[in-house]
Ligand binder design. Structure first.
Ligand code: PEP
Ligand code: MN
Length: 345
């Protein structure tokens, strides 16, 4: 993050600015010791800058050839903001585009428990139309005595399922020491609600090549969440997906309260794709379908849904898992709402 005395600036290049003009601006920024991130839009290139206030302000940016204007950014998050990039980011998850009108359906078991359980889930969600598989090898549990996941064995099974069913997969990383291990297997790396503000982990994920799904901390404001995304982005990893998963409120009828308004609010504030997890927010299987439908209509850029072939034997989160047959019915509804919203599945 910017330190005291730092300034953030967005330098908007003219439409048709040449690569030499852009290079020239970047060279001067480097001389001024500033950090620059280039965003090449369809119309124009925008350069996001964080650096020393005095050194940056001294330069008459608007006198540089090819520069249209230089605008200070007052928000605490910079590069993930709409001011920095007006077009929606589209994140590539193992060949599946997410964002910018591409709606992703991510489904699978909460945790990998066995080869049979994972493969039955993957086969079913694939047949119903999901495009990305979920399944965790490392589970951060409220109780230290609960099942903690299969570890690397779970990742191996997920990689096998990817081959078998042709679906990239998302898995959570809990510990910064496991980043290398998880990124060597998974196509999309998830940061869970309990780790949203683990800045060591976020920075580490910013320095590796796989896209990151950042779940909202269950007590985090939208601004805190975007600051967390900025930690990943500023390290150089621009492939970040936000996932609304419910927040803790006074309401006890649901596990957490799905903050659906976060979707349009984030769409205004940020260019990053936003998906919704109707399973972990409601925490009850009968809430999954209604919350998923609302998420598509918001419209979010995707949903992530817990599906288990036998929820009553699930080692984790059985109460919120839906059956493969229920998932297939839900897919029909998701497709209808997505079509109404002009999204492609
Ligand atoms: C999950 O998606 O399996 C999970 C643990 O979610 P959260 O971190 O949102 O509780
Ligand atoms: Mn879970």
């Amino acid at each position: 993050m910017a330190a005291n005395g730092d300034e953030s600036l967005i330098i908007v290049m003219r439409a048709g600015a040449t690569s030499e003009e852009i290079r020239h601006v970047l060279d001067r920024l480097a001389e001024a010791g500033a950090e620059a991130h280039v965003s090449e839009g369809a119309q124009r290139t925008v350069i996001g800058v964080v650096g020393d206030r005095i050194r940056i302000q001294q330069l008459p940016w608007e006198a540089f050839p090819g520069v249209e204007r230089a605008v200070p950014v007052l928000k605490p998050f910079k590069f993930v903001s709409r001011d920095f990039q007006s077009e929606d980011s589209i994140v590539d998850v193992g060949g599946i585009p997410v964002g910018g009108g591409h709606f992703a359906v991510i489904a699978g078991p909460c945790a990998v428990e066995s080869r049979d359980q994972l493969f039955r889930s993957a086969e079913a969600v694939r047949a119903a139309g999901a495009t990305i598989l979920r399944g965790d090898a490392f589970k951060p549990r409220t109780s230290p005595y609960s099942f903690q996941g299969l570890g690397e064995k779970g990742l191996e099974l997920l990689a096998e399922a990817r081959e078998e069913f042709g679906m990239p997969f998302v898995a959570e990383v809990v510990d910064p020491r496991d980043v290398e291990l998880v990124t060597s297997y998974a196509d999309l790396i998830r940061v869970g609600t309990r780790n949203m503000a683990n800045f060591t982990l976020l920075s580490e994920l910013g320095r590796q090549p796989k896209p990151v799904m950042l779940k909202r901390g269950f007590t985090a404001t939208i601004e805190e969440w975007l600051n967390a995304a900025e930690y990943v982005y500023k390290e150089g990893n621009h492939e970040v997906i936000l996932c609304e998963r419910g927040i803790r409120t006074f309401e006890t009828a649901t596990r957490n309260t799905l903050d659906i308004s976060a979707v349009p609010v984030l769409k205004g504030l940020s260019h990053l794709p936003v998906i919704v997890d109707p399973s972990h927010s409601g925490g009850k299987r009968e809430l999954v379908a209604p919350l998923a439908r609302v998420a598509v209509a918001a419209p979010a850029d995707g949903v992530m849904i817990d599906v288990h072939p036998s929820p009553e034997t699930a080692l984790v989160d059985g109460a919120q898992a839906i059956l493969p047959s229920e998932f297939a019915d839900l897919m029909t509804q998701i497709s209808a709402v997505a079509e109404a919203m002009g999204l492609s599945l």
